[in-house]
Design a protein around this ligand. Structure first.
Ligand code: DUT
Ligand code: MG
Length: 156
């Protein structure tokens, strides 16, 4: 069996309004994402977006990012999701981590301080170095895209 990759150290700082809250944590041993908690109490009306405070700032090592992803339970049961998913937390960002949420349901959704509102996935990043050319190599696909290979039943 392949062994799990070693955890990567990420510096994290609690801002004043983040004190007293648990840090983001993996709910199970094999979890890909760390559940992150809201540092505020707020109610999202139907269709409303809000950048929810976490009370946390971090220094992600160069070569990594953190992705902010929705929690499926909130999405399925309450229509609460992350409109910019996966949100990108850059390694050089030192401001407060905020979780942008949108309420896609027809009902108000109340978030309490301490609620687990999203999950954070640490991921490696490879930066591209563009090399501008006049011609690209030829491929079988060529310029075909956007469904060019079929596989979707056509309406009669
Ligand atoms: O869900 C998110 C997305 C971003 N950020 C913070 C960290 C990230 O490093 C920074 C910039 O994010 P992004 O590049 O997605 O936003 P932008 O609209 O391109 O803003 P900027 O011009 O500041 O890069 O904002 C969050 O706290 N939560
Ligand atoms: Mg940006």
């Amino acid at each position: 069996m392949a062994s799990a990759a070693s955890p990567v150290g990420v510096q994290i700082k609690r801002l004043p309004h983040g004190h007293g809250l648990d840090l983001p944590a993996y709910a199970t041993q094999g979890a890909a994402g760390m559940d992150v908690l809201s540092a505020e109490s707020v109610t999202l009306k139907p269709g409303q977006r809000h950048a929810v405070a976490t009370g946390l700032a971090m220094a992600i090592p160069h070569g990594y990012e953190i992705q902010v992803r929705p929690r499926s339970g909130l999405a399925l049961k309450h229509g609460i999701t992350v409109p910019n998913t996966p949100g990108t937390i850059d390694s050089d960002y030192r401001g407060e981590l905020k979780i942008i949420l949108i309420n896609h349901s027809a009902d108000d959704f109340a978030i309490a301080r301490g609620d687990r509102i999203a999950q954070l996935v640490l991921a490696p990043v490879t930066q591209a170095a563009f090399e501008e050319v006049d011609e690209l190599d030829e491929t079988t696909r060529g310029e075909g895209g956007f469904g060019s290979t079929g596989g979707h039943a056509e309406l009669a």
